[in-house]
Design a protein. Structure first.
Length: 259
């Protein structure tokens, strides 16, 4: 049994449409998160407008707050951006390198590294996302893509910091498509990711680094990933907007430690 604590993070993306709906989601998962507090970590990552109201709902509740993105400069004339420094101190987590940021908004590996470094310097835990596009997957380039992305992010982690770096494997062809990656495929890639962390930061760090799977994760399939040796939980997209479904997932992933 791994000593790494299971972790389930809900990425709400550009949802929901109102603060009232955000409140309903949080209230709907509070009971499950509280019941499983001894077994796993839970986080929700709302869009920026809902961070403040959601933060108020999480007072005294074992659910961490995270943001979906950040900018590397601490302040300045960067219209529309939110800096890691602004998020530090009240958010526990931030995503970097999500596939939608890479492929819709054109973020490069260099930009992801700068965001990751800034977040770690601000003592924000980072969930750094890596994964291949469908065309890269079909050409057998998965390992090459993952190696490039992980090694780039590890450059940001070599500098001294007091925050946790978590990696999430999210094959782009599985994001929001309903085509979740076969657990055997995920296991192989995540094993590669752990070996890359060992190569870059040492075996001890690699053994303690949490790896998540993301890509069409649902209550019906989360158990298959929770059983994998190198998978320590999941980064959940659309299903995290359904309180009943996300609560079931919390119970399933929490069950890893109860056995």
């Amino acid at each position: 049994m791994t000593a790494r604590r299971p972790f389930l993070a809900g990425n709400w993306k550009m949802n929901p449409a109102s603060a009232a709906e955000a409140t309903d989601i949080v209230q709907g998962i509070r009971a499950a998160a509280t019941a499983e507090v001894a077994a796993l970590d839970v986080a929700v990552l709302p869009p920026f407008p809902w961070l403040v109201p959601v933060a108020g709902l999480l007072d005294g509740v074992p659910i961490d707050l995270g943001a979906q993105d950040c900018y590397w400069e601490p302040s300045g004339a960067f219209t529309g951006e939110v800096s890691a420094r602004m998020l530090g101190g009240w958010c526990r987590w931030v995503l970097t390198g999500h596939s939608e940021r890479r492929w819709i908004f054109g973020e490069t590996d260099e930009m992801v590294v700068r965001k990751t470094r800034a977040a770690l310097e601000c003592r924000l835990g980072v969930i750094a996302c890596v994964g291949e596009r469908e065309d890269e997957h079909e050409r057998g380039e998965t390992d090459d893509v993952v190696r490039r992305q992980v090694r780039a992010i590890l450059d940001a982690a070599r500098e001294p910091h007091d925050a946790e770096l978590v990696f999430a494997y999210e094959p782009v062809w599985a994001i929001g498509t309903g085509r979740n990656a076969d657990p055997a495929h995920a296991a192989r890639v995540m094993g590669l990711m752990r070996s890359l962390v060992a190569e870059g930061l040492g075996e001890g760090v690699a053994r303690g680094t949490r790896l998540l799977y993301g890509g069409s994760v649902k209550a019906e399939n989360v158990g298959g990933y929770a059983e994998l040796e190198d998978c320590d939980g999941c980064l959940v997209g659309g299903a995290s907007l359904q309180a009943d479904d996300f609560s079931r997932m919390i119970e399933v992933v929490g069950g890893r430690y109860r056995r």
